[in-house]
Design a protein around this ligand. Sequence first.
Ligand code: K1U
Ligand code: ZN
Length: 169
Amino acid sequence: MALLPILCFPDPRLHQVARPVTQFDARLRQLVGDMLETMYDAHGVGLAATQVNVHEQVIVIDASEQRDQPLVLINPQQVWQSESRRVNEEGCLSVPGIYDGVMRHDAVHVQAQDAEGRTHRVEADGLLAICIQHEMDHLLGKVFVEYLSPLKRNRIKTKMLKAQREAGR
Ligand code: K1U
Ligand code: ZN
């Protein structure tokens, strides 16, 4: 397994749309393992392949308290969402140190494949539902700061670019 570098906003590669996975092979299992290791190392609840510059529909999540329930969603499709929505505080490993409110459905159902290609249905609420919606946005090339006002988004962009310059990136 290996730790993968995480792209940081405003990297334009975060806006690429991910393509469906067609080969359920050793390369995919390696990617999933590396993404899980990267997510746990960064203390994230989830990670989308887009964030590690792989533009395929792969998401890993662990929303459990014990951090022992990894979930792998490949080619996810949202098949149901609750009518009720609310604003939740979100963060993102690609926008370190920034947290703000985003409106999300309270519950969602998704159909997705696992690393072996088997299809599963996941019925999610709470943190898991928020995280699934956040990660599925990544696969569409959308970062949570795009839900914020242009003023806030530009301030965040300036702050991130300054931090990246100072870190010599
Ligand atoms: O996609 C990512 O960058 C991971 C992201 C997923 C996420 C979880 C929960 C709410 C929004 C987004 C994170 O893991 S953010 C870091 C985090 O641990 C966290 C932030 C806010 C609320 C709960 C957890
Ligand atoms: Zn994110």
